[in-house]
Each structure stands twice: as C-alpha cells, then as structure tokens.
Write a protein that binds this ligand. Structure first.
Ligand SMILES: NC(=O)c1ccc[n+]([C@@H]2O[C@H](COP(=O)([O-])OP(=O)(O)OC[C@H]3O[C@@H](n4cnc5c(N)ncnc54)[C@H](O)[C@@H]3O)[C@@H](O)[C@H]2O)c1
Length: 336
C-alpha cells in the first residue's frame, strides 16, 4: 500500500456494502478497505475476509474514530445514515453515504448543518445515476442547448419483482428518491410541487404500492412525471426523456445488442440493479476516492440529499391528502 492509498472504513456489509467493498478492492484505483462494521457480525467478517483481512469492529463509533481510517462509506440501513454521517463529519472524515441521506428532511438538515459548521463539503450521497453513461450523455446533450429550454421531464423506473411488501411511503423514500434526484439534477432546478397516485398490491392493503406515479412542477413551470413499477415481472430498467423547446432527448435504455433470429427481433433487459448500474457504482466510488485529495467532496451533495427528502415528504403528504403539495425547504446555503 502506498502512502497515497485512501484507507476506507465501511459500515454496512449487506448487498450494496459488499458490492462497494469489492469495487474498492478490485475495480478501482487508490483505495483499500481497512475496517468494516455491521450489526450482523457474520456478514462483517465475510466481507472483511474478502478485503485482505480488514479489521472488524463491533461499534460504529469506534470505527469512525479510528485514526487509521481516512474516509467512511456508509451502506447500512436507511434509518442509520444521518447519525453515522454526522459522526463522520464531526471526526473530519470524508463520507460516501448511501441514499437516502436520512429518512426525514429534518434529519437530512441536521447532516447539512453539521457540514456547514465545518465549512466544507465532506459528504457525497450515493445517487449513482450521475455516474451512469446513459444518464450522463442525456444530461450533457441537454446542457449543450441541443433542444433549447427543457419543458418536460419523464422517468420510468421498472423493478423485476417485489423483494418485500412495500408501502407507498417506503417506495417514495427508498426507491423513487433516485428518480426525484435525477429530475432535479437533469433539469437543473428544484421541484416546487408534487402529486402522487399509486396502484396498491391489492385492495385490502390500500397503502401498499405496486405502481406509483409522481406528477411534479418545477420552479420554472416545467412539468414532470416519475413512474415506478415495483413488480414488472420482466426485468430492471431506468429510462429518462426530456422534451425541450426544439426537440426531445431520450436516454439509451438497453445496453445489450439486438438479436434477429427465427422470425423475431429481441433484446435482453438487465435483470436487476447491480447489473444495470454495475459501471455507475464503480465510477461513483472512483470519483469519490479521486476527490479525497481535493478541498471539497464532489458529486451529489448533502444539499441534494436534503432536497430529495423535501420533495419525498411533499409526495408523502400528497399520498395522505390526495392533493398536490408544495415543497418547503430552507434557503440554499452558499456552500452548495
Ligand atoms: N445507490 C443504490 O443504488 C442503492 C442500492 C441498494 C441499496 N442502497 C442503499 O444502501 C443501504 C443498504 O441497502 P442494502 O440493499 O445493502 O441492504 P441490506 O439489508 O442488504 O444491508 C444492510 C446492512 O446494514 C446492516 N445494518 C443495519 N443496521 C445497522 C447498524 N445500526 N449498524 C451497522 N450495520 C447495520 C444490516 O445488518 C445489513 O447487513 C440502504 O440505505 C439502501 O437504500 C442503495
């Protein structure tokens, strides 16, 4: 290990935590995982063993305080993110925190204020679509002015099948939060109001959500539609399109080649998120490591984490009232 190698501490060694660990150890440059922690110690030991014998901690606070750890990756359950991120900021450590930054806008604001107190950006939030080529190409085309000002954003987020019973609230905070962030990032402006409709899994459980659709209005008056399918039965897809004053851009949705055979034309659809966004996860952690030598963190910020939750809460209020709801946010601090 050279002196320039970033020593990473990892909290949460489940599906995404173990993927990030593998990417840091085998598919990126400049970092190594030296310590891990999970309340499931068996998982922690399994991931540590795959990280050249990284140290296993029982207590997250002890890991964050370890002077041998330069930077922290938080990939534990949603409700743990805000407190762990704040502890990392207070320890002066850079942190890649999985989405959502918190489970409420108030908790995300606490993270934001901790960062403001140290006066620099230490947090990158795991909105990895910013590192996906299909999204990036669409973003660059839009920013080049190719279709004039954007008038409408549309995204479709398709999951293969339910892994657990989901309520409309958890679909918004855990899954649609990605689409909310994409909408803000790609349109380059905030969402001012949101209206939610959804189809339940069955009528006996009206707050369960199989399909959901968020209609949004942006500050400029542009409009948007964010569609989610939790149980398509056929694969995993995320697509985006933007209609502008002089044209329309659509993201490339199928990285696989098309096949003409036996009288049919077909194309494989990626089966799940780890495959669809495999490259984005690698580029995301590489960008995080590369920025550690710079003064401020780059990529999706704590402000993005906060604002996406402000919109998510407007969506949840809409789901409760059946009415469109305006968003209520603090003024954007100069740091962002
Ligand atoms: N960016 C993405 O595309 C993406 C994809 C998947 C998951 N995620 C996010 O990553 C996080 C983890 O998701 P996952 O799919 O890996 O879930 P998971 O259930 O597979 O793993 C979560 C892990 O966190 C551990 N954990 C729970 N409480 C803890 C605590 N207090 N301290 C330490 N560890 C604790 C659990 O034991 C488990 O091993 C979630 O917040 C999820 O929203 C993001």
């Amino acid at each position: 290990m050279s002196k320039e190698t970033v020593h990473v501490g990892l909290i949460g060694t489940g599906a995404i935590g173990s993927l990030h660990a593998e990417n840091l150890m085998r598919r990126t440059r400049g970092a190594t995982v030296v310590a891990v922690m999970d309340i499931d110690q068996e998982r922690a030991h399994a991931v540590a063993a795959a990280c050249d014998g990284a140290r296993v901690y029982v207590d997250a606070g002890d890991l964050i305080a370890d002077p041998a750890v330069d930077a922290m990756l938080i990939a534990s359950t949603d409700r743990t993110h805000a407190d762990f991120a704040i502890a990392c900021i207070e320890a002066g450590k850079r942190v890649l925190c999985e989405k959502p930054l918190a489970t409420t806008a108030a908790d995300a604001e606490r993270v934001l204020r901790a960062e403001l107190a140290v006066g620099r950006r230490l947090v990158q939030v795991g909105f990895m679509r910013e590192y996906d080529h299909a999204h990036r190409d669409l973003y660059d085309l839009l920013k080049s002015g190719a279709i004039g000002a954007a008038l409408k954003f549309r995204s479709v987020h398709i999951n293969p099948r339910f892994v657990r019973e989901l309520t409309i609230d958890s679909v918004i905070t855990n899954s649609l939060i990605h689409d909310i962030h994409s909408a803000r990032w790609i349109m380059g402006e905030e969402i001012s109001s949101a209206y939610v409709q959804w189809a339940p899994v069955d009528r006996a459980h009206p707050r369960s959500a199989r399909l959901a659709d968020i209609q949004v209005i942006f500050e400029s008056g542009a409009i948007g539609s964010l569609e989610y399918n939790g149980d398509s039965g056929y694969g995993y897809e995320v697509t985006v399109e933007v209609t502008g004053e002089t044209g329309k851009v659509e993201s490339a949705s199928h990285p696989s080649p098309s096949l003409r055979q036996a009288g049919s034309l077909s194309r494989a659809i990626t089966p799940n998120w780890p495959q669809r966004f495999a490259h984005a996860y690698i580029d995301e952690v590489q960008a995080w490591i590369d920025a550690i030598g710079q003064k401020d963190a780059t990529g999706p910020s704590a402000w993005d984490g906060y604002m996406s939750l402000v919109v998510a809460e407007a969506c949840i209020r809409s789901a409760e009232t059946g009415q469109p709801q305006t968003t209520h946010a603090i003024e954007k601090p100069a740091l962002y």
